[in-house]
Design a protein around this ligand. Structure first.
Ligand code: GLN
Length: 380
């Protein structure tokens, strides 16, 4: 394997889902719903296939989807963006992230990330040859340590890569934190790459896109996807929104990574994004009920549960149960209890920082969540 990927293992999500199958354990690890996406979106994909929308799509997206993405973004943020020049459709947000890194980062550029961070960030930055600087968000609130962040910015800093609502903690960046990041970026001419795939799963606070702050649109790539919002994580439709000078870099990389994304799924995604807001309200209501079951259950089991404002994840401290670290705890949980969670140490440059924390997801039907809680109550 090439040096730039040498240090990475099989992703923790793949590892844990394989173990879940092997041990017949309930999978509250990898974040994928165990229920299906909406009928009208699935029907739209079937219709698109029947109508013969089956050849290569335009590289940067089928026009209908570019327009739907721009319209949705405008509704959410008040920003007016040009669907032809500022929206690029990718194969999931994961591709948007790597295309952004490869298209806009030069080897040796510094990029700041907040740990714990989603695992693909480090690998994408490594493929781009970036120097990674990590700022750790600490429990209980996972607030941004503004002074540490200021101290990390240097003349080689090209970008800050952020994620709100935040996987794995459920933290949502508040307006003070976003303003602080924005002024730092403007003062030091730094870009922001903002992964907002959980924006519609914002429960305890309002989601704010950093691109909507004054002076920020011109230096921000906002990335999102269909998967979480429409419970269709296997469709892999994502996008990057950025001003034309940044979109150019993203598109150049995208052109040579995948060139284009599945045509019929893009047509269906466009239809999904035009759905009325009542869809999002219902989604939120459903998820809040699921979250309540899991959070109450984890508290009752005896974990220290940290507050999660958004995403379908919650992070807990497992140390009351006496296992040496997060990996050992998750192994015990699978083998002796029959439940899968995600150890968080892989989301830090220094694994020690995550050794007390594990992540559970509540994107499962209510019975599955109740069964998992019952097993933990009985066996932990
Ligand atoms: N985003 C999902 C999670 O955090 C996992 C996606 C993947 O398996 N790569 O659980």
């Amino acid at each position: 394997v090439a040096k730039r990927l040498e240090k990475f293992k099989t992703t923790i999500f793949t590892q844990m889902s394989m173990l879940a199958i092997k041990h017949g354990a309930i999978n509250l690890g990898q974040g994928f719903p165990n229920f299906d996406g909406p009928e009208f979106v699935k029907e739209a994909a079937i219709r698109a296939i029947r109508e013969g929308k089956n050849q290569y799509a335009r590289g940067y997206g089928v026009p209908d989807l570019n327009s739907a993405v721009a319209a949705r973004f405008s509704k959410d943020t008040g920003l007016v963006v040009d669907p032809e020049k500022e929206v690029t459709v990718t194969s999931g947000c994961t591709e948007a992230i790597v295309a952004t890194m490869l298209g806009l980062i030069n080897p040796g550029d510094e990029v700041i990330v907040f740990a714990p961070f989603y695992d693909s960030y480090e690998a994408s930055l490594s493929m781009a040859g970036a120097t990674i600087k990590s700022i750790t968000l600490r429990p209980p609130n996972f607030s941004v340590p503004i002074n540490e962040l200021k101290a990390a910015v240097s003349e080689n800093t090209r970008a800050i890569l952020m994620n709100t609502p935040h996987n794995p903690t459920g933290k949502m960046f508040n307006v003070e934190e976003l303003n602080a990041i924005a002024s730092l970026c403007i003062e030091n001419d730094v870009l922001v790459f903002s992964d907002e795939v959980y924006d519609k799963l914002a429960f305890e606070a309002n989601h704010i896109s950093i691109a909507s702050l004054p002076g920020m649109y011109e230096r921000t790539v906002t990335m999102n996807s269909l998967g979480k919002t429409f419970s269709l994580t296997g469709w892999k439709i994502g996008w990057a929104i950025a001003p034309p000078h940044l979109t150019w870099g993203v598109r150049q990389a995208h052109s040579f990574i995948t060139f284009a994304t599945s045509t019929p799924m893009q047509w269906a995604a466009a239809e999904a994004l035009r759905t009325p807001d009542s869809y999002y309200e219902e989604l939120k209501r459903d998820y809040m009920a699921k979250k309540a079951i899991l959070v109450e259950g984890l508290n009752a089991v005896g974990f220290t549960v940290y507050p999660s404002s958004g995403t379908y994840f919650v992070v807990v401290d497992h140390t009351p149960f006496g296992l040496e670290n997060d990996v050992a705890f998750c192994e015990y949980l699978i083998k002796e209890v029959g439940v899968v969670a995600i150890p968080t140490s892989v989301f830090y440059l220094n694994p020690e920082d995550g050794k007390n924390l594990v992540r559970f997801t509540f994107c499962k039907d209510e019975k599955t969540l109740r069964d998992a809680v019952a097993l933990m109550k009985e066996r932990l």
